[in-house]
Design a protein around this ligand. Structure first.
Ligand code: MLT
Length: 273
């Protein structure tokens, strides 16, 4: 069973469950601010994906099996109502795969700094090279090399404390979890054909300075998903919520208010909205 951090909604009107899936190579710790902010009106469930945080690794790790683990967790917690599920980057791959398997359990989808397509041959080869490097040299060299690709150039220059915190989080991961996830991402399915069949409100966010998954990928998804809305966030790279928490939470809140609560039978009555 996946380890998770959960924050119950502080108001009894908070009937909605929000599931947030973390990026690679982090854990549910990356949603600390979101647990605090969104629990004003929703139950916020943030699992550690297999091999990260407190979750055990899987014998057969894949993005599909990660989505299955999320489903097991919802069953275990008896969350039967459809949820709003969102993920950043690798978390987005899992969220989309979850929708692919269980569309009836999804009320809304949130895709942050992610893509629907599979890896190119070149990207796949780079992932396997990275696995070999991590096995030889450990995570230190990997974190050193990767951290500045994770953030935008604005964050790199103006927010050294944020960059340092991100690096520490990378180093807190287990080597085996990291290499498992690299393999899982390299072998994931192409879900581009699913996009036209996504029949729930969908929020897509992209950082203008994202060098890992450029905003064009987000625009391509927006064009295909019927009920999608997309925002490009300036001066932000790949780790949108860590680089500009205020903008991130404002956009998610606005999506929840206009696309989810407004069209749901149960009214959201929390005063701050
Ligand atoms: C992530 O942030 O989850 C990863 O960078 C995604 C990827 O490498 O495809």
């Amino acid at each position: 069973m996946l380890h998770y951090q959960i924050k119950e909604a502080s108001k009894k009107q908070g009937w909605l469950t929000l599931v947030l899936l973390h990026a690679f190579p982090f854990s549910s710790d990356m949603w600390e601010n979101e647990r605090k902010v969104f629990s004003g009106y929703a139950k916020v469930l943030t699992p550690d994906l297999p091999g990260f945080g407190g979750s055990p690794r899987l014998d057969e790790v894949s993005i599909a099996n990660m989505a299955e683990e999320v489903r097991h967790l919802l069953d275990h917690l008896k969350i039967e109502e459809p949820v709003v599920i969102g993920g950043l980057s690798m978390g987005g791959y899992v969220a989309l795969e979850f929708y692919n398997r269980y569309p009836g359990r999804v009320r809304g989808l949130m895709l942050f700094a992610t893509r629907a397509g599979a890896d190119s041959r070149e990207t796949r080869e780079t992932r396997f090279k990275t696995i070999r490097e991590i096995e030889q040299n450990g995570l230190d060299a990997f974190a050193e090399k990767t951290v500045f690709k994770m953030v935008g150039k604005t964050t790199a220059v103006l927010k050294p404390g944020t960059v340092q915190g991100i690096k520490q989080s990378m180093l807190a991961s287990k080597e085996q979890g990291v290499t498992d996830a690299l393999r899982a991402m390299a072998e994931r399915a192409d879900l581009t054909d699913l996009l036209g069949a996504v029949m729930c409100p969908t929020l897509i966010l992209a950082g203008e300075e994202d060098g890992i998954i450029p905003p064009e990928e987000a625009a391509a998804m927006e064009n295909k998903i019927p009920m999608a809305e997309m925002y490009r966030i300036p001066r932000v790279g790949h780790l949108i919520n860590l680089e500009n928490p205020e903008m991130f939470t404002a956009l998610v809140e606005s999506f929840l208010m206009t696309a989810i609560y407004k069209y749901s039978k149960q009214e959201m009555t929390h005063k701050s909205f």
